[in-house]
Design a binder for this molecule. Structure first.
Ligand code: SF4
Length: 113
């Protein structure tokens, strides 16, 4: 990520191209290094499960459609990592804005890496 270090990081800097935006307008950016395995996400969202080997959460899918937005937002909001800010980021690929947890309240990506 070195070439990005000095720049503001936006959501589109992460992940591959993924499926067409029209089909899956949302994506997850998962700050896995901040996950401490509390499992709250898996309790509230089908898209999240605990990985037995690593003890951390993982999303079944990184790209998703409108129908799955609510549960992924819920997962992002309940995640207690990073002193409550959360390490699951739900991004609208059309605007490149973080919808949840959005601790800054302005849609900027709240990753700490
Ligand atoms: S709620 Fe957050 S910290 Fe807990 S397992 Fe899920 S991603 Fe990890």
């Amino acid at each position: 990520m070195s070439e990005l270090d000095a720049e503001v990081q936006t959501a589109s800097d992460y992940g591959g191209e993924g499926p067409p935006v029209e089909e899956k307008p949302y994506k997850i950016i998962f700050e896995a290094n901040a996950c401490f395995g509390a499992g709250k996400c898996a309790e509230v969202a089908h898209n999240w499960e605990m990985d037995i080997a690593s003890g951390m959460a993982k999303p079944k899918s990184y790209y998703f459609a409108e129908e799955e937005l609510a549960e992924n937002v819920r997962a992002a909001e309940v995640c207690p990592a990073k002193k409550g800010d959360g390490c699951i980021h739900v991004v609208d690929r059309r605007t490149d804005e973080e919808l949840a947890p959005d601790p800054h309240g302005d849609g900027t990506l709240s990753v700490d890496w």
